[in-house]
Design a protein around this ligand. Structure first.
Ligand code: GAR
Length: 193
């Protein structure tokens, strides 16, 4: 069985979409894969409750309890590896990972980013797209490499920026597309790993 571990920092709506897809599409039978754990760097992340309610193991590795980024990543790696992941999925995980962490999961670490990469890596993607006058916005699923938001692109969802759009309204429409795209991209990847 291919174990999937998901890292979150907040709401975890993408994580929930993946968990729902795994059940609905019977990933265990069809792809030999299952979501085994959801880990958060924030103890109060709402997604932890969602995961628990779905019967999935959860854990918190609080970044504030670690003196350095390296120490946090080492603790996180230990917690993740306890679940022997075939695939590590970042879903609204808002910490920058060290090159050592990324190298450890090379080829089995993916992220979803709320822009059409390579445009707008980093934060405040929707406001930046609106400010630039972009006609289209979206989200990207990509392999994670040591350079932030720069790995090979696995899937993209594109939608128009509407006249008078706010960052919040645009983010909400993009998020709806993320929920469709991310489980699909993961299912495709599971066939290859
Ligand atoms: C999503 O829009 C995701 O693309 C974004 O955070 C949101 C998390 O929502 N990720 C990043 O900005 C990563 N740099 P969720 O917790 O409800 O899935």
């Amino acid at each position: 069985m291919k174990n999937i571990v998901i890292l979150i920092s907040g709401t975890g709506s993408n994580m929930a979409a993946i968990v729902r897809a795994a059940e609905r599409e019977r990933w265990a039978e069809r792809l030999g894969a299952r979501v085994v754990a959801v880990l958060s760097n924030r103890p109060g992340a709402a997604g932890l409750d969602t995961a628990r309610a779905a019967g999935i193991a959860t854990a918190v590795v609080d970044h504030r309890a670690h003196a350095s980024r390296e120490a946090f990543d080492a603790a996180l790696m230990q917690a993740v590896d306890a679940h022997q992941p075939a695939l590590l999925v970042l879903a609204g995980f808002m910490r920058i990972l060290t090159p050592a962490f990324v190298a450890h999961y090379a080829g089995r670490l993916v992220n979803i980013h709320p822009s059409l990469l390579p445009a707008f890596p980093g934060l405040h993607t929707h406001q930046r797209a609106i400010d630039m006058g972009c006609r289209f916005a979206g989200a990207t699923v990509h392999q994670v490499t040591a350079e932030l938001d720069h790995g090979a692109i696995l899937a993209q969802a594109v939608l128009p920026v509407l006249p008078g759009d706010s960052a919040e309204a645009l983010a909400a429409r993009v998020l709806t597309q993320e929920h469709l795209m991310y489980p699909r991209a993961i299912a495709e990847l599971l066939l290859k790993i």
